[in-house]
Design a protein around this ligand. Sequence first.
Ligand SMILES: CC(C)(COP(=O)(O)OP(=O)(O)OC[C@H]1O[C@@H](n2cnc3c(N)ncnc32)[C@H](O)[C@@H]1OP(=O)(O)O)[C@@H](O)C(=O)NCCC(=O)NCCS
Length: 205
Amino acid sequence: MHRCLENLRHRGVEAAVTPALSPHDAQSFIAAGFVVLEHLHLLAYRLDQRADHAFLTADTRTAETRSRSLRDGRPWHRRVVLDIDRRAFEPFWQFDTNSLAEARRATPTSHYRVAVEGRTPVGYAVTGRAGDRGYLQRLAVNPDRQGEGLGQALVHDCLRWLHKRGAAHAMVNTQERNTRALGLYEHLGFVRQASGLVVLRWTAS
Ligand SMILES: CC(C)(COP(=O)(O)OP(=O)(O)OC[C@H]1O[C@@H](n2cnc3c(N)ncnc32)[C@H](O)[C@@H]1OP(=O)(O)O)[C@@H](O)C(=O)NCCC(=O)NCCS
């Protein structure tokens, strides 16, 4: 690790950020000089424990969303999707073209969905699956359209996709201070895990 950080220094890299790590995995980074940038809640939904999942029967076309529908994300959605992401997240967490592509490539299979109003995206979600585990990698709704059921419709769609493919668990993480996302996930049956995750930062100086 130290050699790796020295290498970064020599190359003029001033800062580095880890992905979300378990407290155990974080230890060696902290020993090497990384500090905690953000604490995240980790939540899990058991897809294998019951049969009466709300997402199996939920009508995603609620009164508020009747004129909207979910469809597979396409290359021509990208500009508006990234604009929604920029408006929904604070600068540090915002996606660009590369991070959107990376989120979709992070697992062997992934599901990229947009909620559209007419033909215009107003929200999107990226879900991934690796073995029996599913991950809600990204979820964002246009701030002008929040509180109208789109977040719930996108999460239900994610759970339906994972359930159909035999995943046993769906995982999601969110910043501890993101009470809206936390409220949505818990409302939909996700359970907060005892141990969360951390994102760490290293600075060269
Ligand atoms: C989080 C986010 C996706 C939610 O999208 P949304 O479209 O506003 O969510 P919905 O309207 O579907 O909310 C669904 C329901 O969840 C429940 N819910 C939402 N927030 C809640 C809260 N704080 N407490 C309890 N229940 C809550 C409610 O039942 C809500 O319906 P209602 O408030 O209309 O009765 C959206 O706020 C967003 O894009 N935030 C910024 C990006 C972000 O944080 N993404 C998630 C990162 S992990």
